[in-house]
Structures are given as C-alpha cells and as structure tokens.
Ligand binder design. Structure first.
Ligand code: ZN
Ligand code: ZN
Length: 349
C-alpha cells in the first residue's frame, strides 16, 4: 500500500509498504478513506518533534472503515465507519480513568499514531486500543463532516470544556487557524455573551466574518485596548490562546481581567516567560497542555445534531498520490487554505 513516510529531517515521501496487520488483541486495522494534514505533521517534517521516529507513516487525523479487529475488541466491528482518535490510550490506568487520556501511562499511550507508530496518511492504519481510539460515525454524518473530530476539533472541544465559560462572559480567542476556529465553534456552544477573535491574517479574518458573523475580530496590535473597551471588568473573563506566536502568550494574560481563566492550547517553538511581578494581584488561573481527546462520541453527536460543523474548514481536497502538493499548499498557507482532506482510498480506474 501507499504510505506517506517520514524519511529524515525535512523529507517526507510516499512509499510502498506492507499493509498493516493485527499484532495485539486490542488492535484494529482501519481502511482509511480520508486523512487530513495537521501542523504537527509539519513540525515532524522539520525535526521539531524529537519523539517522532524516522520511517513511520505520518498522519493522525483520519476517518475510515474497520477492516479487521483483534480478539478483545468489542466496541467496533469490520464494516463500521469510524473516526480515529489522535491519542492512544488504554482506558484503564490512573490518568485514563480520570479522563486525562493524554497522560495515559501505557508505553504506547499519548500521541503515538503518525509519530512513534505508523499513522494514517496511508491506505490502511493499525490502531492500538481500538475500543478507546475508534468511534463509530453516526449514519447521517459524512466522512468529511467527521474528519476533524479526532484531533483538531477534539482540541477545540477540550479547550472550551476546561475554560469554565459562563453565559455572562466575554471570551477572547487568540488565533484563527484550524485549532482557533475549532475552539471558536466549541466556545459558541457555551453561548457566552461575547466572543472576540484576535487574528492578523486577512484570509482568516475574512473566513470568520463570512461564516460567523456574530463573532468580533481584532488584530493583535490593538487587541488589548479593544478587549478592555468591550468587556465589563477591564479584560476578558476567559482567554484561550491558540496561536503560539512569539508574542501571543503575553497578549493572552495581558488581555485577561483579574481572576480570569487563561487556557493555553497553543504549541510554542520556544519557552515563554511568566513575569509574575507584572501580574501580581491579577490572580489568574492558567490551564495548559495537550488535548485529552476522549470526547469524540459527544462531538460526533453534536455534529449529527447540526450543532458543530467543521466542513467549511476543509478548503482543499487531494488524492493520496498528490499528497506532496497538499503539503506544499498547507505548509505555505497558500490559496486561503485552512485544512486539506486527503483521499486515501485506492481508485479503481
Ligand atoms: Zn494534530
Ligand atoms: Zn491509560
């Protein structure tokens, strides 16, 4: 089968590999229908994910059809249409039982797919702990509608969930890339009084204005002043930082009112400073970290009910044979790209 592979730093290549097989009784093999490219894939390509193992197939955001299951898999069966979760988790350890699946202590736990083990920008993928990692897609939800459920939408859902948003709140979201928009969609479900999105890229601002006309947008240079002016208590009640640029961590806590929650879902290239003397008395609560992607079932229900829709984010589609072009477009943010869908099913023409 064809599999897009991390060869060495700076180099991914579509190579021919053996179709994966079940190696553990909790595994499933999934025939990938659609995969997507995530900015974490770009981080792997450029060597900034030291855990990534050269030779592995990349890709950790995909949907497909269950091809076969191990003896101990009970929640899914061959023929089921499923989303694949970015996290691999056992469901049994201390952290899994508390819902902190990103910290699963199993040796394969955490972000393994497309990083430490073969991922899904390929025709087939082996998914460990299939009962935890796969969720059945409801009949009325299409593959495209479900494509982002296991990673970037799960991240947005988790960010909104932990941010303690109330109906009277002004919520500031920094960054309107795919993670920022998915966060926005999930924040909208909490119905806060006002949502402000801070973004400097014109295409992304236009995207928000076109699709979410109730949301206010602002550019970083005037963000603090704007937020102060449009919130009741001298700053946002909740700030979610989803940009990860050099100045956005500072912007996040500066725009927060005293006693606000500041949730950081961004991934930075460099260490950030926490200037405690400057924020003394502001009594902020910081929440940080990587997604605990264990809400996919709820996310899929919300998609089925028409309450969450990430389809507008999928701006481009490529067949697996042309994945190189898809990466080039995504990496260089050309043509207003948000997310790319990669069709992995072999064509019979
Ligand atoms: Zn990702
Ligand atoms: Zn676990």
């Amino acid at each position: 089968m064809q599999a897009y592979t991390y060869i060495s730093e700076g180099k991914f290549e579509l190579v021919e590999k053996e179709k994966p097989i079940i190696i553990h009784e909790r595994d499933a093999i999934v025939k990938v229908t659609l995969a997507s490219i995530c900015s974490s894939d770009i981080h792997i390509k450029h060597g900034s994910v030291p855990r990534a193992v050269p030779g592995i197939t990349v890709g950790h955001e995909m949907v497909g059809i269950v091809e076969s299951v191990g003896a101990k898999v009970t929640h899914v069966k061959p023929g089921d249409r499923v989303t694949v979760n970015v996290e691999t988790f056992c469901g049994e350890c201390f952290f899994c039982k508390k819902g902190f699946v990103n910290n699963c202590t199993d040796e394969n736990g955490g972000w393994a797919l497309g990083c430490r083990i073969d991922g899904g920008q390929a025709e087939y993928v082996r998914v460990p702990f299939a009962d935890q990692g796969l969720n059945k897609i409801p009949d009325r939800v299409t593959d495209r509608q479900a494509l982002l459920a296991g990673d970037v939408l799960a991240t947005g859902f988790w960010a909104a969930k932990i941010s303690e948003i109330k109906e009277e709140d002004t919520v500031l979201i920094i960054g309107a890339g795919p993670t920022g928009i998915c966060t926005l969609l999930c924040v909208m479900l909490k119905k806060p009084k006002r949502i402000i999105v801070c973004e400097k890229d014109e295409n992304r601002v236009r995207f928000i204005k076109e699709h979410y006309s109730d949301v206010w947008t602002v550019t970083p240079n005037v963000c603090e002043e704007f937020v102060r002016k449009h919130s009741e208590h001298g700053g946002a009640d909740v700030v979610i930082e989803a940009a990860g640029a050099d100045s956005t961590f500072r912007l996040a806590w500066e725009c927060a009112r005293p006693n606000a929650v500041v949730t950081v879902v961004a991934l930075y290239n460099q260490a950030q400073t926490l200037p405690l003397p400057d924020m003394y008395g502001k009594n902020l609560t910081f929440k940080t970290g990587g997604v605990d992607g264990c809400d996919c079932e709820e996310i899929l229900c919300l998609i089925a009910e028409g309450k969450l829709n990430t389809e507008p984010l999928i701006t481009h589609t490529y067949p697996l044979e042309k994945i190189e072009e898809a990466y080039e477009l995504f990496e260089n943010k050309r043509d207003g790209v948000m997310k790319v869908a990669v069709e992995c099913e072999k064509r019979h023409d």
